[in-house]
Design a protein around this ligand. Structure first.
Ligand code: 2HA
Ligand code: ZN
Length: 283
């Protein structure tokens, strides 16, 4: 079987195309990573080659030692993944102390893994510790989420509450809420640490004036999560374009009423009493 024929590589490629079609990946914007299951890497073990050299990750991910990942390439365009996967994505392996990686397949026309590799691997590491089933980390540049980082206070509590209020499904899809990282230089260890602090307990991290990270068990769940957050952000942008305050909205007791029927526990920290009815100023 060819690498690109496997179900997991097909799922990865489809997610890249879906993200591009949403308009979330201008130029080389965004990146995607997937922690490959042992039985999946076994499907392609005879084809991948192990003769390239080790490269520093730039951080240490000891709990991912010896694991394999499928990731997008640095500077590569999501738009090009589906027509030419072998040139735009790669399979990497992390070494035995979690400090280096090696390319085993892909990037056949040259290149290296995503510039956000430290963030992806540190997020995959904290997510694995929280829930062994989380395997996907997705980063993209959705316009409405980014727009909100100019007008809402950069507080987890404000972003979560305002997004939750934009669609009843939001607290059901992300009951742990979202976290916000202030503007930071992308690509390095500091932003990776700030993001992975959020991912210790939540599945969504918004990067101010840049984009969004989401994690999940599979491609459907991770893409669906990003789609839900961005849709809520779009509704909020429309509401804020019409008014600075709502005539009516979903109330704290309404959110609590979702817990039992949907088997969730919405985080009470986000159900604070608002001190102002101006959108985003209630904290
Ligand atoms: O260009 O999105 O954050 C890839 C990115 C960096
Ligand atoms: Zn980015």
């Amino acid at each position: 079987m060819k690498v690109i024929e496997t179900e997991w590589v097909q799922g990865f490629i489809r997610m890249c195309s879906d993200g591009f079609e949403q308009g979330w990946h201008e130029r080389n914007g965004g990146n995607l990573s997937y922690r490959i299951r042992p039985e999946e890497i076994n499907e392609v073990r005879d084809i991948i080659c192990d003769d390239r050299e080790w490269t520093d990750i730039g951080t240490t991910v000891a709990s991912l030692a010896g694991e394999y990942f499928l990731v997008t390439g640095s500077g590569k365009y999501f738009r090009n993944v589906s027509p030419d996967p072998e040139a735009n994505i790669c399979i990497i392996k992390v070494n035995e102390d979690g400090t280096k990686y090696k390319i085993l397949w892909g990037l056949c026309k040259g290149g290296r893994p995503t510039s956000e590799l430290p963030s992806h691997l540190m997020n995959l590491e904290v997510c694995k510790k929280r829930d062994e089933n989380i395997r996907v980390v997705y980063h993209c540049h959705p316009a409405n989420i980014i727009a909100l980082t100019y007008v809402l206070p950069l507080e987890d509590r404000v972003f979560t509450r305002e997004l939750w209020e934009m669609a009843t499904e939001c607290p059901v899809v992300f009951p742990q809420g979202v976290g916000v990282v202030p503007w930071m230089v992308p690509g390095g260890r500091d932003i990776a640490i700030a993001t992975s602090e959020i991912m210790k307990e939540r599945n969504v991290a918004i990067w101010a004036h840049h984009g969004c990270f989401a994690c999940g068990e599979d491609f459907d769940i991770s893409f669906g999560l990003m789609h839900t957050v961005e849709k809520a952000a779009e509704v909020l942008v429309k509401v804020m374009s019409m008014t600075d305050r709502k005539l009516q909205t979903i109330q704290p007791e309404d959110f609590r009423a979702l817990n039992e029927p949907f088997g969730i526990k919405v985080d009470e920290r986000f159900l604070y009493e608002k001190k102002s009815d101006i959108i985003g100023r209630g904290l």
